[in-house]
Structures are given as C-alpha cells and as structure tokens.
Design a protein around this ligand. Structure first.
Ligand code: PLP
Length: 396
C-alpha cells in the first residue's frame, strides 16, 4: 500500500477485527431459538456490551446499523417524525452547514418532502459552532424545534465541536440533540452518557472494522420513529438480521482504539504537526480549522487541512497520487465535477479560496517514514499545483 493519508475516508482493517471475524464465523441467526441461535445471541450481547462500554453508553442504548450514513438517517428522520408526530408545530431542524452529507442531505430531504424548516447554526472561521448564536436560535421558539444536530468532529477540517455544552443547552431548552461522532469516536475521548445527546452515530470502518457496520446510540428515554421495518430487531428501531460478525469486529477495534487513545493521539498529532510545520509557512498556503499548534484540543489529532491560493485541490491530489501518496480534497465530487467544499463555504471562504483544498489524515498504519517522505514531497507539489492553476487561469 502506498503511503496512505486518507484514514478519515476509511482506515485499513485492523488485525483485531480480522481475528474477531474469524472467531465469530459460522454463527447462527441470533434471533433463532435453538442452541446455535442462543450461542450467537450470547456472542452478540457480549460484543454489544464491549462496544457500549467503549462509547460510554449502556448496552441497551446501542442500535446496530450498516454504518454512519444509516445511523445519521435514522437519527435525523426518526427524531423528526417522532417529535412532529407528538406536536405538529415542531418543524425546525437546527444544524450547522458543516455537517456531513449523511446529516445535511437527510435534513434537506425532510425539508423537501416532510415540511421541515432548516435553521443554520453559524460557525466561525475555524469551523466551530458559535455557541451564542445557537443559544439565540434555541430561545427563539423552542416549541417549534424538532431537533438539533451537531457533529462531534468535522471530517474535512477536523474541528471539534463543543458537544457537551450544546448538549446542556439543548437539555435546558427541552429539545433532543443528535451528534454525528463518526470521525471523533476512537480518535478523541467520546462518552455518550456525558455528551447530553439523545442520539449519537458511530461507524466501524473509520476505526479498523470492515465497512458495513455502525451504530446509533439512542438514550433509553428517547423515542424514534423507525425508518426501516421488518422483524423488530434492535428495540424495534432498526429491523434486519443482526450482523454479529461485524458487531464483534466493531467491538474489538472500538475497545482497542479507546485503550490506546491517548498514546496514539499524541503520536499522530506529533506526526501531523511535522506536516503542518512544513506546509504552514509556504507562500499561499493557509491551514484550515483550529490551529494545530495553538488549539490542538480543538481539532482531531490525525487531521491536517489546508488550502493553496490559486491551486486546484484535485490537481494537487493527482500530483500527490502520481508521487505515490494517497490524499483527499475533502469535498465531494459529483459525476466527476469537482465542487468547492460546502464545509469551507459554511466557514465563510469564497469559492475561489475553497478550491485549492487538501486534507491529510493519518492513522494506525502511518509510520514516521511515510510522513517524512510526504514532508519532502509536499513543497514541490504545492508549487507545481500553483503553477498549473496559474497557467489554467491565464488560458481562461
Ligand atoms: N459522518 C461523518 C462525519 C463521516 O465522516 C462519514 C464518512 O465519511 C459518515 C458520516 C458516513 O459514514 P459511513 O461511511 O459509515 O456510512
């Protein structure tokens, strides 16, 4: 594998996940009543308890899903439908524009099809929610609010949100909070119990489990309208045969990530800072998100994000790819057409500024040599990308 700097997209399968998969293969359906079914149920219960402990939740609060996207859809739609069903005035969804598409597009779908009213919570230049603005929005008309949804950490800029403070504010206003902790869980300390959130999404493949397993943590006193109907599994909130093998792998890597969190966070932030020190001072480069040196506690330890004036993020990505480094621009590409990141636009950047974005995310396979090799290559490639951008703008 070439030096891989795209761990936020997915991180390679961890050996502990592989062992859990092998150890749990051949299990029956955990809903079956025979002995094999009961053994599968026991294995599922044990894995669920381990996953819950790693996330600071009670096992009964864990609703297994196919990943983060499903968990976010279930939380946003499920809370909206439930709350609106209880009181038709509750049409507002409060959210910052930096949310992942799994939340943003779900909320927009509810706006188009289910009469939801989206209210954007402003964020500052670093991409952090402005608490006072949120307080004002919460106070405006609490009876009209269906839910608030604020991610724990942003997948592009790594900015960590003040979730616990937001949780307290939402509790005082009497409205449920959903938090998308897909990037935060396993990377920084995350406790569902202490967050004050009613629901929280996590995903396996971001921490070394296979793609296809995730969870929505739902507080026991919170009601959700199910999105998916069927056999009534997972407290009747998410029907479908439980993926015991995936759950066992998720529990194994979650436990491992939480146990090694402080050491790994220190190692990755040191390597990240090395890259920041190389690219930060280059002409035309702006580090985005909270400053990795001055406010390290405000951003994910494995994330570096920057924009380069006059360069195209995609061309930088391809140049890095040609040089053997896997990176990301962080923003979505629809049918091959690069779009400026909605996250950077929500932070107040112009389309022009947002265009030259690059995200480098480190993880458990990242070695010192990989970072040194990238540190050596980056200045030349950034320069080349700037020249290419300049040449392209002259042609226009
Ligand atoms: N939320 C965030 C913040 C993410 O970064 C991602 C994945 O990129 C998701 C949700 C979606 O998770 P999954 O890939 O498990 O569906």
């Amino acid at each position: 594998m070439p030096p891989y700097f795209d761990h936020a997209a997915t991180t390679p399968l961890k050996p502990s996940a592989g062992q859990a998969i092998t150890g749990h293969s051949g299990l029956a359906n955990p809903s079956s009543l025979h002995g094999s079914g009961r053994r599968a149920r026991l294995a599922a219960d044990s894995a669920r308890a381990r996953l819950a402990a790693a996330a600071g939740a009670d096992p009964s609060e864990v609703i297994i899903t196919s990943g983060g996207t499903e968990a976010d859809n279930l939380a946003v739609k499920g809370l909206y439908w439930q709350r609106r069903g209880e009181d038709a005035r509750r049409r507002r969804i409060l959210l910052p524009g930096i949310e992942h598409h799994a939340v943003l597009d779900t909320a927009e779908w509810l706006e188009t099809h289910e009469e939801a009213e989206l209210v954007m919570i402003p964020v500052d230049r670093d991409g952090v929610v402005e608490i006072e603005a949120l307080a004002g929005l919460l106070a405006e008309d609490p009876e009209a609010i269906a839910l608030v949804t604020v991610m724990w950490a942003n997948n592009e800029t790594g900015a960590i949100q003040p979730v616990e403070e937001i949780g307290r504010m939402c509790a005082e206003a009497g409205v449920p909070l959903h938090t998308d902790a897909v990037q935060a869980f396993g990377s920084v300390p995350v406790s569902f119990a202490e967050s004050g959130a009613s629901a929280m999404a996590i995903s396996g493949h971001k921490i070394g489990a296979p793609v296809g397993i995730g969870a929505l943590l739902v507080r026991r006193d919170v009601k959700l309208t199910p999105v998916q109907h069927g056999g009534g599994q997972e407290r009747d909130i998410r029907s479908g045969t439980l993926d015991v093998v995936g759950l066992a792998a998720f529990a194994a890597v979650a436990e491992e990530a939480v146990d090694s969190l402080s050491g790994e966070a220190a190692r990755l932030s040191r390597l990240r800072n090395r890259l920041a020190d190389v690219v930060g001072p280059l002409e035309g480069v702006t580090l985005r998100g909270p400053d990795p040196r001055a406010r390290p506690e405000k951003r994910l330890p494995n994330n570096l994000h920057f924009t380069v004036d006059g360069a195209e993020g995609d061309s930088m990505l391809f140049m890095l790819d040609m040089a053997g480094f896997d990176t990301a621009t962080g923003s979505a590409c629809t049918a091959g057409v690069p779009r400026p990141s909605h996250v950077l636009l929500a932070m107040g950047l112009s389309e022009e500024e947002a265009r030259g974005a690059q995200r480098l995310t480190l993880g458990w396979t990242t070695a010192e040599e990989d970072v040194e090799a990238l540190a050596a290559a980056l200045p030349g490639i950034i320069d080349q990308a700037k020249q290419a951008g300049l040449a392209a703008s002259r042609r226009q």
